[in-house]
Design a protein around this ligand. Sequence first.
Ligand SMILES: Cc1ncc(COP(=O)(O)O)c(C=O)c1O
Length: 372
Amino acid sequence: MGKLPVSDLDTPCLLVDLDRMERNLRFMQEKANLAGVKLRPHAKTHRTPAIARIQIEMGATGITVAKLGEAEVMASEGIDDIFIANEIVGPIKLERLRALARRVRRLAVGVDHPFHIQTLSRVMAGESRALDVLIDVETGDPRTGVHPGSPTLDLARQVEEAPGLRLRGIYTHDGQSYDAATLDEVRQINRQSQTLMLETAELLRSSGIPVEEVSVGSTPSLLVDGILPGITEIRPGTYVFLDGDQAQVLGTYAFCAQTVLATVISRPTPERVVLDAGTKALTYYVQETGITRSAGHGRLKDHPEIVLNRMSDEHASFDIPAGSGLDFSIGQKMEIIPNHACPTTNLYDFIHGIRQGHLENTWPVLARGKSQ
Ligand SMILES: Cc1ncc(COP(=O)(O)O)c(C=O)c1O
């Protein structure tokens, strides 16, 4: 029996173009290999163990996650090297973390405050194996993270002295690359972030503290710039699918691997085309500023100049550009490139893998909704 054509799938549903995804994965793996660093992809973008396994088969050392729940799912599916690049807080989660540490070959978590070190140490002190810790360093994205330099050194000393913990290294996420105005600014952000990390690693080492891992990364930076000597690990996430926002960094939609298949359900006026995919199928995500600034709420894969300009829970619509000669009829299906891949994935139970217009496989998004 022949493979199902995409147009036979019911909508809205989530698709990944397998040729594009594999090309994106190869690009980043080759970049890591050439620089001699480890690739530890952030699995928040796909939340799908089957894709994590492909990344590892291609050469990734393990995965990054943001949530304990994601880590638990990935561990149950056999992923045995996991870094939770986030702060774990509260007795319920700490207990789950201890249980997870017992069954994962290599597990690490982030800390950016003495509070995390004390609470982690309290639950891990009696364990037979110390838990690896990386210090979360803020290199320009005002989210979590301790300042580089001596504040990081102070925390590193505390980890060194904490029973049940082992300092693996330091990490940062230069999320400010998304807000850069130009490609040059993305490169500057990347270099500045990596330089701060290298200087901080040197400070720790010269103070007698070993630093095995200096871990960095955001997709915009790693798409357009390099990796400085001394960095040991990169953690891009969105690169697997890319999306409408990342396409603005690249100047092309040709690498966007994730789409939502939607159906035209109404043509109320000569120009308005209404689809069956609204915020519950595409999210309401809009990046307000910078090089990754979104236009509208997504765009048509086959006509990326056309953006969805209205959206509600169950509907999105666009206007046919005057003079374009285009027309769309009720019942017609089309692929939409979402603005931001990660939250879009989280709306679906399954990802349909498509090759040359036909269904090749269906993967369950097993860590979907695992945000605790
Ligand atoms: C700590 C951390 N590392 C890595 C990443 C991956 O970033 P990107 O999706 O830009 O590759 C993120 C994304 O939010 C992150 O928060």
